[in-house]
Design a binder for this molecule. Sequence first.
Ligand code: GN1
Ligand code: MG
Length: 363
Amino acid sequence: METLKDICRQFQIEQPVLNVYVLASGHINDTYLVSCSNDVNYVLQKINNQVFTNLNNIIINKVIVSAHLKNTYKKTDSKYQVAGFIKSKNDAFFIEAYNGCWTLMEYIPNSKTIDRAENEKQVFEAGKLFGNFIASTSTIKTNQIIETLQKFHSVPFRFYQFEEALKQAQASRKTEAQALIDFVFELQLDMFKLSELKEKNTFPLRITHNDAKLSNILFDKDDNGLAVIDLDTVMPGIVHFDFGDSIRSICSNTVEDSEDLEQTTINLKFYQAYCKGFALETTNILTSEEINYLPLGIKTLMYIMGLRFLTDYLNNDVYYKIAHEKHNLVRAKNQMALLKSAIQYYDEIKRITYSSYRLENIS
Ligand code: GN1
Ligand code: MG
């Protein structure tokens, strides 16, 4: 606690720090709420420097994108907000202290996060907000933004990491995961397709969030979307990365680590609400090729996440934080169950997607 307060004091804040609480449940970084006198709050984050090895570039990306969003919202009189960075007393955007790298950000007042969508309004608002993110960042030149985590959403890369993990995995872990491993191989061909299309420049390169999940949205008390947070992974990418990530986290009937696989299905009513919000913001932005492949983006992102959790399980949990021994296996099973459901309802998913954009050309 004293350590955390001491870290806060190294940033340019005027009020004395009263308390520091654990705030969020990320898989990678540690996030705290800093409360100061006069009801002023900040968000302190310890960045995992095993994952984010090039912190300077991460910060450059975050600063460019957040400043651009702030400007855009101001110009368009938007109700959306952005958490700006507080500089350190040395005029830097992060400090290195106590074996870590730390950033301090503004706290958006009267905001909440949601673990699991409760109603269509939240889902619609989430769709609008992430759609707006794609639209608003479309005026940033993609070469201004650095690919800080190489091949982050590349299926061939994730598949290669999975195969490497398989080679050295403990027999017991492999046995536990055998059904999932078989499933991964079964779908390989279909799941490589989006990455192949990306390589052929079928889609424009955009600025994507790359962690566009429900818990990275702030809502107000009436469930209106307020802000997109966690810009750690903003990079050049394709719209499908964000769209797919959102659907897997927002339109599932369970949370990412639920063991109730029967319930782990796609909620089509929520899907419709998400598409409505997303299309509202992106109709004039996306090409028909991009829209055509949004449904494949859903399946692909579920597969990528399942594959990454499974790989980490086979690697004895070196990447994601876990709360129990089989946590990564449980997460992998959950994502693959969701993928099965998306496959089952694929025709309906396509119909909903294309009708949201009033497109007839179903591929
Ligand atoms: C990680 O730490 P968090 O929750 O922001 C991961 C994402 C995954 C997500 C799974 C840098 O994000 O790619 O989608 O867990 N971030 C990184 O929920 O690997
Ligand atoms: Mg993240």
